[in-house]
Design a protein around this ligand. Structure first.
Ligand SMILES: [Zn+2]
Length: 175
């Protein structure tokens, strides 16, 4: 099922993970092919080439892509610890565990993406962070529910209940 050349291009860490994790092999490989993702989409952006992936992440993104009916762009997938620290990621970032992706879906605002992601069980029971000022959505498949809103005007994360207030303010400005 997995061609030899495909495995060869993956890098040592990932190959190790692939070979020792049969659940990853089937679920992730099939979902990745079906959703037209490449492992390169999820590799750490520092150039270290690492891409650790939780077995639930790619199938969940594939489900999201199916209801969005358009391609999901991955802005940030796996991050090594050094890169996460460099870009100011949170110390316990689930990006470092291969559980998260920051995404953009063409034709959808971050708020629209948020409501779409709530329909996917892995994300509904995991983490969803809305970044309307930066134009992307954070998604992760941690097994506990986490929601937040991040605005440029606030240093920290806001509770997701602030989303209604944010939308009302935005509407006021547009009128
Ligand atoms: Zn890295």
């Amino acid at each position: 099922m997995v061609s030899k050349s495909w495995v060869k291009g993956l890098g040592p860490l990932f190959s190790f993970f692939l070979l020792t994790n049969p659940k990853f092999c089937t679920l992730t490989y099939i979902a990745m092919a079906e959703a037209n993702f490449s492992l390169d989409d999820f590799r750490c952006k520092c150039g270290c080439g690492q891409a650790l992936l939780d077995p639930n992440l790619i199938p969940a993104l594939r489900s999201l892509q199916m209801i969005a009916k358009t391609k999901i762009q991955i802005l940030s997938g796996f991050r090594c610890r050094a890169h996460n620290q460099k870009i100011g990621g949170s110390k316990n970032s689930v990006h470092c565990l291969g559980m998260a992706a920051d995404i953009v879906i063409e034709g959808f605002t971050p708020v629209e993406m948020f409501f779409l992601a709530e329909q996917i069980p892995e994300f509904r029971n995991g983490g969803i962070g809305v970044y309307p000022d930066n134009g992307f959505l954070h998604l992760d498949v941690r097994k506990t529910s986490a929601r937040w809103l991040k605005l440029k005007s606030n240093l920290g994360h806001l509770p997701i209940s602030e989303l209604a207030f944010y939308l009302a303010e935005k509407e006021k400005k547009n009128v």
